[in-house]
Write a new protein. Structure first.
Length: 282
């Protein structure tokens, strides 16, 4: 079941934060209607084959990637994340879903390194986007207190969000929200890869971080395959085009596991991942 703990771990944190925020703020009818309109823009669905649908749940969580970075002794650099102030500029359902994924990866990055202030900022971003997309409010309100309890214990927090995976999975499946899930998956994967590639450029010895990038090849192939199922969808097809550009990382730069990457090559990979990521957060 390791693979099934996908981008939804970050969505779990999103929804937990949303419960806290929405418990303190009443949304007007006008705002609710606007949020519903946003959610509706990403409800158009194509029929996925069983194989493609399975791929939707076969990506690593951003937590798994950022924990690999921590084990590789990579540092935390806040200014490589998507600025929290950007959250107000995402107005379309597509942009909100992509950046829910992006901010979920940033949230995992901050939480993994136990940067509490930054974690709270990204929780605020992800909670807003989740609420706008209409995927909030399905969790036990007591989870808010549990999150506070586990604030300084990453293992317990990850265990908590893992245990509630099935509830989120059922919600998205029963409400026919595969398109949202695909966009969030793309945003989370690309941001996690971008963070890794950015840190790889400043590492004194980048062998370990280069290995983290190398280990994402299979996941990139799965994501490209999944996006291909939506190649007739005008919203998702451009995302697939951008993500497919990342395949060059594994063919053009001599990237190998447990091998130091020359600085120039690391910089070129960094530029490539940033160009794809920038197309999501612009």
């Amino acid at each position: 079941m390791k693979a099934i703990r996908t981008i939804f771990s970050s969505i779990f944190l999103t929804l937990i934060a949303t419960l806290f925020i929405t418990s303190c703020n009443n949304t007007s009818n006008k705002d609710q209607q606007a949020n519903q309109a946003t959610a509706d823009t990403v409800k158009k669905e194509v029929t996925l084959s069983p194989e493609s649908k399975n791929l939707l749940y076969q990506f690593p969580t951003p937590f798994e990637v950022t924990m690999m970075l921590q084990r590789a002794k990579a540092g935390f650099i806040f200014n490589i994340t998507n600025p929290p102030t950007n959250v107000t500029k995402y107005s379309t359902g597509k942009a909100k879903a992509l950046n829910l994924g992006v901010y979920s990866a940033d949230l995992a990055y901050a939480a993994t390194y136990n940067y509490i202030d930054e974690t709270n900022k990204f929780m605020s971003c992800t909670s807003k986007l989740a609420n706008d997309l209409g995927i909030a409010g399905i969790y036990d309100p007591n989870l808010v207190e549990k999150v506070k309890k586990f604030n300084n214990n990453k293992d317990s927090l990850v265990g908590l969000v893992t245990r509630i995976f099935n509830q989120t999975n059922d919600f998205l499946s029963k409400n026919n929200r595969n398109q949202v899930a695909v966009l969030v998956a793309a945003g989370a994967f690309v941001e996690a890869l971008y963070l890794t590639a950015s840190l790889n450029q400043v590492a004194a010895d980048n062998k370990s971080i280069s290995t983290v990038i190398f280990k994402q090849k299979d996941n990139l192939d799965k994501l490209v395959t999944l996006l291909t199922a939506y190649n007739m969808d005008s919203e998702i097809n451009p995302v697939g085009v951008e993500v497919t550009k990342l395949k060059a990382i594994y063919t053009n730069y001599g990237l190998e596991a447990d091998k130091k990457l020359p600085q120039q090559k690391a910089a070129e990979i960094g530029d490539l991942t940033q160009s794809v990521r920038d197309s999501f957060i612009k």
